[in-house]
Design a protein around this ligand. Structure first.
Ligand code: ACO
Length: 378
């Protein structure tokens, strides 16, 4: 191996080929299987998008109907899972709950280790259908409210909001949430997707791959940033306080959460759509000040940092969007996970279809030939 050729953080290293999503970070383009994210956000549904990611094409009407019915038939948790969930400490963080309970789903699968592509699809469909039930049940349990069973007559988005709140969401809310799910579904070889592919490449199981990916996603440099944005907006004293707040943090060389991206050096196309959605929802729900603060922070950041290619990322306006939908702060990152399970599963299927074990090298930079010293001599 040649010395000193490794890239810290694997920046710009191409680790695999994929037909699932395409990103042009310079132009701010994101496509799922060649279809622009904007087109999908305007015209598709999350169910249809998941089919697209798993099959490399849009479904026919019959296929979509079949896929949707199949997904809905799996909303309910296996017997015993709800009991396990309500034995968790109510103070547990939802991302830790989700990571643990997705892992636990494997113990209810009679053949958890089957990793042929057809079996992987089945397992992924179960996880995609049941993750929202886990999150909604846990949130109601910790609030001391009775659990609300899933409804098969509702879409993925509407069913989740129904289980969470105990009332059917309005069409506008359900559609807004559906669009959020579409926008977060896949994004190239991001850290959590890479994690899922690395685990899959050992021919470990789908549960392990998605559990690992959830662990990766919750980091504040990745999906955890949407919660950080909300915390930051809460710290700012009105629209008038935005300039001072951002300037002070930049002067301390702090990073402003919700800005910057390893790949995008232009406006994140998901942020463009989420900004419109955040504005509309903030107006509908009386959260105009939150939206106005977000716009003011963005204004300062664009003035100070756009020349360096730092723009709002997907997490910035999802914070206002999720808050306006009525979600509690610690549910923001789980929302990202509910959607991204579809992308992780697409990559798991793609990896299994043409697998090769990931096993990179590390350049050893430590000493050699060191004599062992007995403990009393150290
Ligand atoms: N605020 C201010 N400056 C920033 C920001 C930011 N959010 N992001 C990057 N910069 C600056 C850095 O200070 C650095 O400046 P320098 O060259 O003067 O030292 C330069 O831009 C490059 O920054 P890096 O951290 O090296 O870029 P990297 O590609 O590693 O960063 C990352 C990507 C981790 C997302 C970074 O932008 C960041 O930490 N952002 C805040 C956290 C965040 O929003 N994460 C969510 C990302 S989207 C997602 O995962 C779903």
């Amino acid at each position: 191996m040649s010395v000193g050729t490794w890239k810290k953080g694997l920046e710009d290293v191409v680790a695999t080929g994929t037909k699932i999503s395409f990103i042009d970070g310079e132009k701010g383009v994101l496509e799922y299987v060649g279809i622009s994210i904007d087109d999908l956000a305007r015209n598709s549904t999350f169910e249809e998008t998941a089919f697209l990611l798993w099959n490399g094409r849009l479904p026919s009407a019959g296929e979509l109907d079949g896929f949707t019915k199949d997904l809905r038939s799996r909303y309910e948790l296996p017997a015993g899972m709800a009991g396990r969930l309500i034995s968790l400490p109510p103070t547990a963080q939802p991302m830790h709950m989700l990571r643990t309970m997705v892992s636990a789903l494997a113990m209810h699968d009679p053949e958890p280790n089957k990793v042929d592509v057809a079996s992987a699809r089945e397992k992924a469909l179960n996880i995609l259908a049941q993750a929202p039930t886990l999150v909604a049940f846990f949130d109601r349990y910790r609030r001391g409210l009775p659990l609300v069973q899933p409804r098969k007559d509702l879409s993925f988005a509407a069913n989740f909001l129904y289980m969470l709140n105990g009332v059917e969401p309005t069409e506008t809310m359900a559609r807004a949430f559906d669009v959020c799910m579409i926008l977060h579904a896949d994004h190239g070889l991001n850290n959590s997707t890479f994690t899922a592919r690395v685990i899959t490449s050992t021919l470990s199981d789908v549960y392990s791959a998605i559990t690992g990916a959830i662990g990766s996603l919750r980091g504040p440099l990745h999906g955890g940033a949407n919660e950080g944005v909300m915390v930051m907006l809460g710290e700012i004293d009105g629209v008038a306080g935005c300039e001072k707040y951002v300037q002070e943090r930049l002067a301390k060389k702090d990073k402003i959460t919700g800005f910057g991206h390893r790949v995008y050096k232009a406006y994140d196309p998901r942020a463009t759509y989420l900004k419109t959605l955040a504005k509309q929802l903030a107006e509908d729900t009386g959260n105009q000040e939150l939206y106005a603060k977000s716009v003011a922070v963005e204004g300062v950041m664009l003035r100070e940092k756009a020349a360096k290619g730092i723009y709002p990322n997907v997490d910035f306006y999802s914070a206002t969007t999720y808050h306006s939908i009525g979600l509690k702060l610690d549910l923001f990152t789980p929302m990202f996970a509910l959607s991204r399970i579809s992308g992780w599963a697409g990559h798991i299927i793609e990896q299994l279809a043409d697998n090769r074990l990931y096993r990179p090298d590390a350049e050893y930079t430590g000493p050699h030939g060191v004599a062992y010293k007995r403990i009393g001599e150290r």
